[in-house]
Design a protein around this ligand. Sequence first.
Ligand code: IPE
Ligand code: IPE
Ligand code: MG
Length: 254
Amino acid sequence: MALFQSSTSAVPAVASVPRHVAMIMDGNGRWAKKRFLPRVAGHKQGVETIREMVKACLDLGVEYLTLFAFSSENWRRPPDEVSFLMGLFIAALEREVVKLDEKNVRLRLIGRRDRFAPEIVRAIETAEARTQGNQGLTLTIAADYGGRWDILQATRALLRDRPDFAAEQEIDEEALTPYLAMAYAPEPDLFIRTGGEARISNFLLWQLAYTELYFTDVFWPDFDRGQLDLAIASYRQRERRFGRTSEQLKDAAC
Ligand code: IPE
Ligand code: IPE
Ligand code: MG
């Protein structure tokens, strides 16, 4: 049984504060380039924005914040940049976990773990274990994550658990969704991508089916609380119809 209802099986409740916000943190390199700094200076500055977003989401009452930190395709970057990002990742995990724990934040990592160095895997496991009982905000970091990988790993896990599946028709949403990496969270209400690109870049492909999409040209290191408020204000203007007509929504509200 899935913990949360799927937006394609049932119409989810809509609140004025998005319950789940998912973000692609893009534009670090260009932020640095504009300042004649090396690209990695943008990644370093980007960690400050993560801190600010966690604080803002706690204040606003957002329950789930999901951040795309490293995609399955980001391994294609120059080795120096990849290794800087890995170093930053482990340092941030080790440094921030105490503060996150104090703020009652539950930290989760989604993505492949088998391509990370053992010390990164250890830092992830320690951080997750330390914060697992927290109930304030669930902060998910997607690292070595790809939406296609997620759907495939879920399918494989389902078939492993239930090799006796009699008919292929039995594989439906209900059966598959508990195996997706984010089965512990409702689907995102609001998706934000900074940095000016209007694409999903293999982020949460399945889970974004009915998410409201928001794209901004602001580079991630410049994204702040005010920018988040603008995104939420835009979200509040949207009519989330989930396949129905506008008239049906108005009738239901009367
Ligand atoms: C996002 O910023 C961070 C990661 C993908 C790790 P970029 O590094 O993609 O910055 P741009 O897009 O080159 O400006
Ligand atoms: C997407 O950013 C991945 C993360 C932010 C981690 P990229 O900058 O790697 O995306 P593409 O490749 O330009 O689409
Ligand atoms: Mg980019």
